[in-house]
Design a binder for this molecule. Sequence first.
Ligand SMILES: [Zn+2]
Length: 197
Amino acid sequence: MLNYPEDLLTLIAYLKKFPGVGKRTAERFSFELLNWDQNDLCDLSALLSHLKKRIQACKECGCLMEKTICSFCVSQNRERHIMCVIANPRDVYAIEDTNSFRGLYHVLGTLLSPLDGKMPDNLNLSLLKTRIVRLKVQELILALEPTLEGDATALFIKEQFPHIYISRLALGLPIGSSLDFVDGGTLSQAISKRQKF
Ligand SMILES: [Zn+2]
């Protein structure tokens, strides 16, 4: 390891930042990159350098967008009276893959977790309140993971919006797992069998 060229050591250190990637895997990926075509490396490097500038969060719903307007918020084909509340923009893609939901989204940005300093102020709730009134939302589907943090967040939101029909994804999801580890069939069932919360 000590004999590696310095740039290679730096590359390995960066790759080790990925979750689940240890020293051996990072080394393997680094040597793989050394075998890549120069053009591919340039393309990847250009992509990474403007990634966060080009992909931003929609100021309305928090979903990721590439253009100046979000494809969900601008779509005329989506129901506006039903809104799916999710913790992270990534969860949108798991829900969309099921083809079970045609409403709008609202990304909280995080779940409540006082031990990690994630308090109610960190949830994107004031905008949710505004959107509910403006769009005349009648139902919120809380698509939050069945963990302590997800349960606490769901309860908190329920208290904040006592006059709205609030449902939560039906159980059937593995307890303690993240949404993106659940297969499409299970997630689809959970959406169609959602229950009043
Ligand atoms: Zn949007």
